[in-house]
Write a protein that binds this ligand. Sequence first.
Ligand code: DAH
Length: 344
Amino acid sequence: MSLLERVAALEAEVKQATAKTAEEVERFRVAMLGRNGAVTELFDAFKQVSADEKRALGQRLNQLKQAAQERLDELKAGSTTIGPTSSTTLDLSAPSATEATGSHHPISIVRQRIVDIFGHIGYTVSQGPEVEDDHHNFGALNFPPDHPARDMQDTFFVEGDDLALRTHTSSVQVRVMENSSPPIRTISPGRVYRNEAISARAHCMFHQVEGLYVDKGVSFADLKGTLDHFTKSLFGPDVSIRMRPSYFPFTEPSAEVDMSCTICNGSGCNICKQSGWVEIMGCGMVDPTVLTNCGIDPEVYSGFAFGMGVERIAQLIYRVPDLRMYWENDVRFLDQFTAATFRH
Ligand code: DAH
């Protein structure tokens, strides 16, 4: 190809050149006018030709260079220099812009796990109202009329009515027994309220899970076996439980359930106050008076009941140091919890 032919070919190329990005513009500049660009090379070759040829070629070359420069300016003006260039869109190492996703509240996660464990051994879930009457919250459960739990110190009463915010989910066992007949196997998760000063260790609202099993021949051994199964399912096969005699108006006998401390494995730490045991719930055999109050014949049926605080259980799993953190809705706190905590 003669130099003149090359000039013609490059003129056509310059005319047709396009560029969408600043990068492509730069590529055009380098290809044409760069140190080793096609136009620059032609100028180098021009030096070698005869004086005659120079006259004809010189003018064309200058025109070509000018056309290339003008095209470059046009492309620059039209190209988009804002936004990602092709190399950044393909940067596979760049952190992805993930959407922030929500997560379950730790109390919901633990409550759901408790429901699942009892669901596997045949327990249904039952619910009752949070605004409750005296009969279901206290009377039917054998609380004497002058019991201190009825006092203004502990209970939020609803003004002008015989109603209060329920102080425990034991009220639901009354409703279940009144409305169904044995065999009854049910748990009742829900919110409860007490007139407490809010601190790191107490709140005026918290969550409980109540359990109730009523049938012919239900024994204290059944209760202990069920709770042993529950704690091992939730905390792992190595934990053990023990029962201490206690008192509740609605159970006889009554017991407090301790679990071997999962933090020090029983050797003694701050959480278990050096005892190796942590209290996790109350329980007992349903008092025959309560069965009678709810229309179930205690001569035919017996039952057990238990009640646990969800925040307390969650505290042992997640080691949350202050109860108030659960309800402050700080996403830095809430983001940390996942159901994957449970491997058992
Ligand atoms: N209702 C009790 C409380 O709020 C917990 C409880 C203890 C429930 C013993 C029970 C039980 O069913 O048998 O502290």
